[in-house]
Design a protein around this ligand. Structure first.
Ligand code: GRG
Length: 279
């Protein structure tokens, strides 16, 4: 029987959704309602799915710890979107076709919502079994922090100066977008206690597919990004065809890194989706 990514992913997304929302259901309040809003507007859940697919590729059961880490990652991704949409950052009125958090609750409250969702990620992580907890915390903190997502965003807003070459652009996106995707793979290798060699190979996979995700994103946003006053993007630096070629190349390289894994079908299909997606 042929493998369907949708059939594979949908029960996992349902379980994740329940965990994402239950963290804000301990009491009824407008703050909790506002925190649940960006968790209820859809989203591909690609980071959690990468984590779960990597565990499966390594031949491991999807444990409660796996779902806890997957939930924490999605919470961090969600907070970054809430803050990124604010008028002081990207100033977006809509995300996933729905009004952004600040459009509904106001700018200050959207800052609080982002902060609360980020903080919840670490509260939830604390429920992991203690064995791997220090390594899991270090991994997720680093990926979300100054040498990861926030560092990438700082480069994007020009804090360190203008992005003038392709290497700088790669660094920006490897941090801003790639780091959290790579963390999904790294977290799975920590949970599965794999050898250093396997960890390094899968980390390389994560770096390549994380960057490929951004190249695909730039192609999807090509019209917007190509504008002279648009954000620094691969399409702007390379043109659309070369960007697509680079994405394809990264995909091929990343797929070869999965060859020795026990059960890599879902991970392979997720990598393909990352580059070939239409949303
Ligand atoms: C504000 C701290 C802070 C960080 C913001 C990740 C980020 C840094 C901003 C998001 C803006 C953006 C559109 C980045 C490009 C790639 C990206 C992360 C797209 C959104 O991720 P998807 O496609 O979103 O996984 P869904 O909606 O599927 O969850």
């Amino acid at each position: 029987m042929s493998f369907s990514l949708e059939t594979w992913a949908s029960p996992k997304i349902a379980q994740l959704q329940q965990m994402l929302l239950s963290s804000f259901e301990t009491e009824e309040s407008i703050l909790h309602q506002a925190c649940k809003y960006p968790l209820q507007t859809g989203g591909k859940r690609i980071r959690p799915l990468f984590l779960l697919a990597t565990m499966e590729a390594l031949g491991e059961e999807l444990s409660q710890d796996a779902y806890i880490c997957a939930t924490a990652l999605e919470l961090i991704h969600t907070y970054s979107l809430v803050h990124d949409d604010l008028p002081c950052m990207d100033d977006d009125d809509f995300r996933r076709g729905k009004p952004t958090v600040h459009k509904i609750y106001g700018d200050g409250n959207a800052v609080l919502v982002g902060d609360a969702i980020l903080t919840k990620a670490f509260e939830i992580l604390s429920q992991c079994t203690p064995t791997h907890l220090p390594a899991l915390l270090a991994c997720i903190g680093k990926a979300a922090g100054t040498v990861g997502m926030i560092g990438g965003q700082a480069l994007d807003v020009g804090l360190e100066g203008k992005i003038t070459d392709l290497e700088q652009l790669k660094q920006l996106h490897s941090r801003k977008t790639g780091a959290l995707i790579c963390a999904a793979i790294d977290l799975a290798t920590i949970l599965c206690s794999v050898s250093e060699e396997k960890q390094a190979t899968l980390h390389q996979f994560g770096q390549k597919i994380g960057l490929a995700f951004q190249l695909a994103d730039d192609i999807l946003d090509a019209e917007e990004d190509a504008k002279a006053d648009g954000p620094p993007s691969f399409v702007k630096f390379l043109g659309i065809n070369a960007t697509a070629q680079q994405a394809e190349h990264l995909l091929e390289e990343s797929l070869t890194l999965l060859n020795s894994l026990e059960n890599p079908e879902a991970l392979r299909r997720l990598a393909l989706f990352t580059v070939k997606r239409d949303h």
